[in-house]
Write a protein that binds this ligand. Structure first.
Ligand code: ATP
Ligand code: MG
Length: 383
């Protein structure tokens, strides 16, 4: 295992060194920025690589990818590109200035040099760059003293309009605070509270809020982040529900989404189903706890997603028995099907469904014991 891990790291390093050697040999002025510089300074393993190119990042990405042979995605509108290799993702952006025409909306962007590019960033610790160009390789650009703040373990915005310009930075600050165990600088915290009180988060689109929620639940300590978000913002969750998060496993994000009213998050239909199941979760658990007949257990659990059913005993251990019974019932082959009913002359419709359900319930509750008894009953009620 240790061997595997180290060979993974080797491959990661080779993507990085291929990238660096490409830029050293090229005519581009390119810089490692953001997470890479921050994480290396902190002394932890970096995740993905963010690069800024003074000039045409898309053209540079196309050339770099000839060496890396990854998957190239181009976002022409934003002047950005990303290369995904087996080991990591490399994001390339053209150095740019951002102008916010109105708060919480996406900015207009213009080409720039690296120093101006750093001005548009979220926090001092993310506003550092390291040149990977031949002429000044290794030169660090740290116009906001990010190194100092990393040493002190402080998260600090670059200017006082930062949270108004882009309220997603509120979520980002709380994410980094919990990921690194850093503190939010006093003035930054005050400006953050001010932006929250001015309801800046509500100005974000549901899509952008959802992106942030997804990023939060990708973090290992997502519960601590949710706790902060719940305490500070209007995306609240009750204490009782917060205590449930640890036992909810990897689907806990949908539980959280089910507790947030007034949003219409653009999620897939499978995800919508999970949110709905979690919305009814408390009610379902109470009903399941009271259910004694097999047909009741089946009726309660059959509409619920399997993942959500699996979580129930972790929330209330005495449900283990009814969940186990349900798993057995699920496997049962039904004595009669819709085709049998059709053959006997029943027309599909509401009554048809209710007869089928009745036959299923009787079978599960052992009121009928085999197919012969079931068909006999059907013939009798028909005639
Ligand atoms: P992570 O380890 O979470 O990927 P990261 O710093 O690499 O951390 P990204 O979301 O990948 O974060 O963004 C890369 C860089 O882009 C950040 O370091 C930051 O400089 C800048 N950035 C990202 N989002 C914002 C934002 N909303 N406002 C300002 N700058 C941002
Ligand atoms: Mg990154």
């Amino acid at each position: 295992m240790a061997k595997l891990k180290s060979s993974g790291n080797q491959q990661k390093k080779s993507v990085l060194s291929k990238t660096i050697s490409f830029f050293i040999q090229s005519e581009y002025h390119a810089y490692l920025v953001g997470g890479y510089v921050r994480d290396t300074t902190i002394g932890i393993e970096h995740r993905d690589i963010d690069l800024v190119v003074e000039g045409d990042a898309i053209r540079a990405a196309k050339q770099l990818n000839k060496k890396l042979k990854g998957n190239l995605d181009i976002h022409k509108k934003f002047g950005t590109a990303s290369i995904t290799t087996k080991q990591m993702r490399i994001d390339l952006a053209s150095a740019r200035v951002e102008k916010y025409a109105s708060p919480a909306k996406l900015p207009h962007v213009y080409p720039s040099a690296i120093n101006e590019d750093l001005n548009r960033r979220d926090f001092t610790m993310n506003a550092m760059a390291m040149s990977i160009s031949n002429e000044n390789f290794g030169e660090i650009f740290d116009p906001f003293n990010g190194m100092e703040d990393i040493k002190k373990g402080v998260i600090r915005i670059l200017h006082k309009e930062s949270f108004n310009d882009d309220p997603t930075r509120i979520f980002r600050a709380l994410r980094y605070k919990n990921r690194f165990g850093f503190k939010i600088a006093k003035t930054t915290k005050a400006l953050m509270t001010e932006a929250i009180n001015k309801r800046m988060i509500q100005r974000l689109s549901d899509q952008r809020i959802l992106n942030e929620i997804r990023l939060i639940f990708n973090e290992t300590n997502n519960q601590d982040i949710i706790k902060d978000i719940s305490n500070l913002t209007s995306l609240k969750i009750r204490k009782k529900d917060m205590e449930l998060l640890p036992v909810l496993g990897s689907n806990r994000m949908y539980f959280y989404l089910s507790k947030l009213k007034y949003f219409n998050f653009p999620i897939t239909s499978d995800e919508k189903r999970l949110v709905k199941d979690f919305h009814d979760f408390g009610n379902t658990i109470t009903r399941l706890d009271k259910a004694t007949k097999h047909s009741e257990i089946f009726a309660i659990l059959s509409p619920i997603s399997s993942e959500v059913i699996d979580i129930m005993p972790a929330v209330l251990p005495k449900l283990r028995r009814n969940v186990r019974i349900f798993r057995q019932l699920e496997k049962k082959k039904l004595f009669v099907t819709g085709n049998d009913l059709k053959r006997l002359g029943y027309k599909p419709g509401v009554k048809f469904r209710s007869i089928l359900n009745r036959m299923r319930d009787w079978q599960l509750d052992r009121k009928i014991r085999n197919r012969k008894e079931a068909l006999e009953y059907l013939r009798n009620i028909k005639h």
